[in-house]
Design a protein around this ligand. Structure first.
Ligand SMILES: *Cc1c(COP(=O)(O)O)cnc(C)c1O
Length: 394
């Protein structure tokens, strides 16, 4: 099946980007390794080009293993086309660089993933791009911050660590009135929980490393655009950067993708169950999860998303470092480490205070980011409850 657009999303997830009939009936696309790709004759060589993306040209630009994955992701996100890159950060860097030149101005949400801020504060500033951070909850009130030379408005909804929801349609309206592009880090939602292009987003970036791959064993980033023109702009930038991703990683990602819907459904259900349980605990002062009815971002989440992922944060009443270590060092099920989106549960203490500039984070408690994996929620709750008991005995 090559055109799955008329089917519902879970059907498309199973069938998009497979083209089994072109590959001997094999269910999963073959893993085609290449550096050199041979041309039949001089005429074919003379005509060869990496444009349009997907042409057989040179291994750095990909082989059909990658192109089929890109086709599936573009279809699921509802965009024109997708580029797969070697990491989420590579996708962020290339997506932003595609739309800026010296003298331009970019607006970045204060709640953004830290490496995005790092890129803006070092690389972009070095190349003469002006950067301002904005309050993630501004919505339409972002308009006065948009200058004549603003070319990119960077969004992330919900935000990294602190999970503020952004009114993306309102931001997109204000941005487009001044010809600025709206770029969204859409990793939290994966390609299934929201429709970025229906909200007015121009470019959606995913850390495929997270839910697309889903098994904590591959690094990958994706750039998906609404328009063909923006896609070519991004493709040219990616070619300049020399970024590339191998076919084995694309194979694992497309294998992960097929179960994305069922995994996301479980992350949603288990995540909300644990968020609600955390709200009942005396050790916890606040739970930051837009799926909770009393969360400040709940109305936007309900309007724009069809579900929640398994990633959110909770805030412990102030604890000292030895107390926190006593809790986190002895968890049976929750691991401690960067990244998320795999099948396993994780806890990561963080401090947003140190990062913010446009807004302040003055909660005195200890923020802990949690990824709720696919384990049984009773077992996860027992692990957390035992951890909270250890806070008292440290
Ligand atoms: C992890 C993450 C990234 C970066 O992805 P990598 O593949 O680790 O480079 C980007 N954005 C968000 C929101 C993330 O959580």
């Amino acid at each position: 099946m090559s055109d799955t657009k008329n089917f519902k999303s879970s059907t498309r997830l199973v069938h998009a980007g497979r083209r089994s009939s072109e590959y001997h009936g094999v269910v999963n696309p073959p893993v085609l390794h290449a550096s050199t790709i041979l041309f039949e004759n001089l005429e074919a060589l003379d005509k060869a080009s990496p444009f349009p993306h997907g042409n057989s040209f040179y291994g750095r630009h990909g082989t059909p293993t990658r192109y089929l994955l890109e086709e599936a992701i573009a279809e699921l996100e509802g965009g024109h086309a997708t580029l797969c890159l070697s990491s989420g950060v590579a996708a962020i860097t290339n997506a932003i660089l595609a739309f800026v030149k010296p003298g331009d101005h970019v607006l970045i949400t204060d709640s953004t993933y830290f490496p995005t801020r790092n890129l803006a504060n070092t690389f972009l500033k070095k190349f003469g791009v002006d950067v301002d951070y904005y309050d993630p909850t501004l919505g339409a009130n972002i308009a006065p911050l948009i200058r004549d030379n603003t070319t990119v408005i960077w969004c992330e909804s919900p935000g990294s660590l602190t999970f503020e929801m952004q009114d993306i349609p309102a931001i997109a309206k204000a941005a487009h009135a001044k010809n600025a592009k709206v770029l969204l880090d859409n990793t939290w939602a994966s390609p299934t929980l929201c429709r970025p292009f229906d909200m007015g987003v121009d470019v959606s970036v995913q850390a495929g490393t997270k839910y697309i791959v889903g098994h904590s064993d591959v690094m990958m980033g994706t750039i998906t655009t609404a328009s063909e023109e923006d896609f070519i702009t991004c493709q040219k930038q990616v070619i300049l950067s020399g970024d590339s991703i191998g076919p084995d990683d694309c194979y694992l990602a497309q294998r992960g993708l097929r179960t994305l819907n069922v995994r996301m459904r479980q992350h949603h259900e288990s995540g909300l169950a644990i968020a609600k349980w955390l709200q009942t605990r005396p050790e916890v002062s606040r739970v930051l999860h837009p799926g909770l009815p009393d969360d400040p971002g709940h109305a936007i989440w309900k309007r724009d998303f069809i579900g929640a992922s398994g990633l959110f944060s909770f805030i412990l009443h102030p604890v000292d470092r030895p107390q926190l270590a006593h809790m986190l060092d002895h968890m049976d099920l929750f691991g401690m480490g960067f990244s998320w989106g795999g099948f396993e549960s994780l806890l990561l203490p963080s401090d947003p205070k140190k990062i913010r500039t446009a807004t302040s984070w003055d909660d005195p408690g200890q923020l802990v980011r949690i990824h709720v994996g696919l384990e049984d929620t009773d077992d996860l709750i027992a692990d957390l409850a035992a951890g909270f008991e250890r806070l008292k005995t440290a």
